[in-house]
Design a protein around this ligand. Structure first.
Ligand code: ZN
Length: 169
């Protein structure tokens, strides 16, 4: 496993659409190990492959608390089958938009199809934090970011701040 650099706004790669994974092979497992290590080090609760510059539809999530045993979830080729009409707002943050937290409204419940580390297909109906987190990460796979949900003014402000930091690097 090795820790990778997390890309931040306004890196253009974050706006690309990720490609489906044909086969969950060694390379994908290796990628997921790197993603997990990168996410834990950040620290964060979810990471999409595009955030370390790999345009594959792969996500890792771990919602376990600090004092609990780690409980990683490996998600390949997620596909939302249905979503509830009721929206729920959670304060979200994003490792690719450091220092920016905002209440985002998303469908409360979703129905989801995905493949695990062995390529086996699953269907789940995540609720609450897990549902929100998965939707946030799927947005990444489609080149969409949290800032797309907020007002143009706020988006501009965070873009300008991060652009300055980006140029300094
Ligand atoms: Zn994010």
């Amino acid at each position: 496993m090795s820790k990778k650099k997390i890309l931040t706004l306004p890196d253009p790669i974050l706006r690309e659409v990720s490609e489906p994974v044909n086969k969950v092979d060694k390379e994908i497992k290796h990628l997921m190990d790197d993603m997990l290590e990168t996410m834990y080090a950040a620290p964060g609760i979810g990471l999409a492959a595009v955030q370390i510059g790999i345009l594959k539809r792969v996500i890792v999530i771990d919602l376990s608390k600090d004092n609990e045993k780690k409980d990683p979830i490996f998600i390949v080729n997620p596909k939302i089958l249905s979503q509830s009409k009721e929206l729920v707002a959670y304060e979200e943050g994003c490792l690719s938009i450091p220092g920016f937290n905002h209440n985002i409204s998303r469908p409360d419940n979703i129905e989801l199809k995905w493949q695990d580390l062995k390529g086996k297909e699953h269907e789940i109906k995540p609720e609450g934090m897990l549902s929100i987190c998965i939707q946030h990460e799927i947005d990444h796979l489609d080149g969409k970011l949290m800032v797309d949900y907020v007002s143009a003014l706020k988006r501009d402000r965070v873009r300008k701040r991060l652009l300055k930091e980006f140029k300094r690097k």
